[in-house]
Design a protein around this ligand. Structure first.
Ligand code: IMP
Length: 175
């Protein structure tokens, strides 16, 4: 059940504008490839990259997710690989949310093995209190407490990704 709104449409617009500003400044002199982590980052990825003031290359990677559970299994497998050659490029990994950090650590290792010139992370949300792996997040939209959220790409069992705002999700009482 959807419990309460955690990030409104208006707040999302503000976050996107600020992140795009920061990243636009960072892009000077770069040869960038923006890599979205499927599927959760798709809504954030398209909204963010459309706010960039120059052309960038885009690509996607998909790794195993939580499935129908709300806690991480700690096992990440590659489902869909990159198609763009990122060797020598400035890669920006775009994630929906950094929770334990386990997914991101694995994604960064996969990408670093292809020898990009630089590697940075953009995350819409971060739950710092849940971190199990130390992982660098260069651009953070918003830090949130330890709650499970859905909407704007984030799912529970593949549902709610298409909600335009971000909601706290809770299991039904007794369910
Ligand atoms: P981590 O490996 O624990 O950092 O988890 C990262 C991935 O778990 C994210 O990319 C999401 O797909 C998923 N995830 C973590 N927290 C949430 C949440 O609150 N709602 C929906 N998905 C989440």
């Amino acid at each position: 059940m959807l419990k309460r709104r955690v990030v409104t449409k208006q707040e999302l617009d503000g976050i996107l504008e600020r992140l795009a500003d920061e990243i636009n400044r960072d892009l000077e002199g770069k040869d960038p490839v923006f890599v979205g982590v499927l599927k959760g980052a798709v809504y954030f990825f398209t909204a963010l990259t459309q706010r960039l003031t120059r052309s960038v290359a885009v690509d996607f990677i998909q790794v195993s997710s939580y499935g129908a559970s709300t806690s991480s299994s700690g096992m990440v497998t590659l489902i869909k690989d990159l198609t763009v050659d990122i060797a020598g490029k400035d890669v920006y990994v775009v994630e929906d949310i950094v929770d334990t950090g386990i997914t991101l650590v694995d994604v960064l290792a996969l990408i670093a093995a292809r020898h990009p010139r630089s590697l940075k992370v953009v995350a819409l949300l971060s739950k710092p209190s849940r971190r199990k792996r130390e992982v660098p997040v260069d651009f953070v939209g918003m830090e949130i407490p330890d709650v499970f959220v859905v909407g704007f790409g984030l799912d529970f069992a593949e549902q709610f990704r298409n909600l335009p705002e971000i909601w706290e999700f809770a299991m039904e009482e007794g369910g």
